[in-house]
Design a protein around this ligand. Structure first.
Ligand code: PHB
Length: 395
């Protein structure tokens, strides 16, 4: 058995879904394969900050209705260190740009529903996805349906939008892959709690004990993170210890108090930076986390995935409609210019805000000077804000 489609996509995350929508808008057919169930995809908790242009793109594509109702538009962020807080007015610093706090899985829910309503095909709960013949003009993806049936997609082009561990990047011969990575000695313990809003915007805090982040999901649900050992076991973090840590790291200012509530989700993620510059091999293209990982400190992961596939969708359209493959040839170089800037920003935010025991006293003072400079310089704040709301799109 097999099916034909113009573009075969593995991965129903932000990269795969935005790509399928953008291609559909250009009149190109795509089929998405996903090894998780729809419920699992729609329930996976990730970060939730959308850059200004991503929000605009969703609106323009007719995918922004629920986000407009339920998302939270933030015109600034608060940075905290050394027992002081300062507000970065991003809207003012960037000439009117904001970010939207709207959880990644909500974006995915909206995009999946719209894709299926448009008659798009997404095969969930598949297994053994494998890319074949990617150096030919008829690449294939073989896979197995949930009921055990074997199937194949015969395509013009194939895309690995299948995350860091997916088969996409692995299908590029290892000898051809140019990869760069950095692991940090920190993890983030993230929680979701039924609690009222504590502050009108996100707080990124550097405390001598470690980083803490106060974020939100709604007026009733709050998202918070604390720096921890990446190898730590979540069993070592009963709720009381999490709250005590959050209180210590965030309540260093005046009489401000953090609101508590019932924690209903918690987990630890490691922080790493990774780039595979080889984003193309023959007719296989990789996008999003398959090609690059950023630590969550700059909230760039989803945004970068969307940027990749915006470039890729235009290039696929030119190749399929007009037989013009220049855009496909340029895809890695074009995408990587934005990727490396986001890697730089995420690394900078991470090193500036985390406690690192391996840091020398000299480096420690440089980090504190980074924060002090930021607190006092409009130019430094404008540079941070420009990156945070999303750099201008050059694709
Ligand atoms: C989140 O709300 O999950 C979030 C916000 C900002 C970040 C990372 C995660 O930098």
């Amino acid at each position: 058995m097999h099916q034909r489609t113009q573009v075969g996509i593995v991965g129903c995350g932000p990269a795969g879904l935005f790509l399928a929508h953008l291609l559909h808008r250009a009149g190109i057919e795509a089929i998405i394969l996903e090894n998780r169930t729809r419920e699992a995809v729609e329930g996976t908790i990730r970060a939730g900050v959308l850059e200004h242009w991503v929000t605009e793109l969703m609106r323009e594509m007719g995918l922004g209705d629920r986000m407009a109702r339920e998302g939270h538009f933030h015109s600034g962020i608060t940075l905290q260190y050394g027992r002081s807080r300062f507000h970065l007015d991003m809207e003012e610093l960037t000439g009117g740009k904001r970010v939207t706090v709207y959880a990644q899985h909500e974006v995915l829910r909206d995009l999946i529903a719209a894709r299926l309503a448009d008659g798009g095909i997404i095969h969930f709960d598949i297994s053994d996805a494998a890319f074949h013949d990617i150096e030919t003009t008829q690449p294939r993806i073989t896979f197995r349906h949930a009921d055990g049936r074997e199937d194949a997609l015969i395509c013009d082009y194939v895309v690995g939008a299948d995350g860091f561990h997916g088969p996409g990047r692995q299908a590029i011969p290892a000898a051809d892959r140019r990869e760069y990575s950095k692991t940090y000695p920190f993890g983030w313990l993230g929680i979701l709690a039924h609690a009222p809003t504590s502050w009108h915007e996100l707080i990124y805090a550097r405390h001598e004990e470690g980083f803490a982040l106060l974020s939100t999901r709604s007026t009733e649900i709050q998202r918070m993170y604390i720096q921890c050992d990446p190898q730590d076991d979540i069993a070592n973090w009963p709720d009381e210890r999490i709250w005590a840590t959050l209180h210590r790291r965030l309540e260093t200012i005046g009489d401000w108090r953090l609101s508590e509530g019932a924690i209903f989700q918690k987990g630890i993620i490691p922080l790493r930076s990774f780039v595979c510059e080889t984003m193309r091999h023959g007719r296989l293209f990789i996008a999003g986390d398959a090609a690059h990982i950023v630590p969550p400190t700059g909230a760039k992961g989803l945004n970068l995935a969307v940027a990749d596939v915006l470039v890729l969708s235009r290039a696929l359209e030119a190749a399929i409609r007009r037989n013009d493959t220049d855009g496909l040839d340029a895809y890695p170089a074009t995408a990587l210019r934005r990727v490396w800037k986001a890697e730089r920003f995420s690394w900078m935010m991470t090193t500036m805000l985390h406690r690192d025991d391996a840091e020398t006293p000299f480096e420690h003072r440089i980090r504190m000077a980074d924060l002090d400079y930021l607190a006092g310089s409009r130019n430094a704040q404008a540079a941070l804000a420009e990156n945070y709301v999303g750099l201008p799109f050059e694709g």
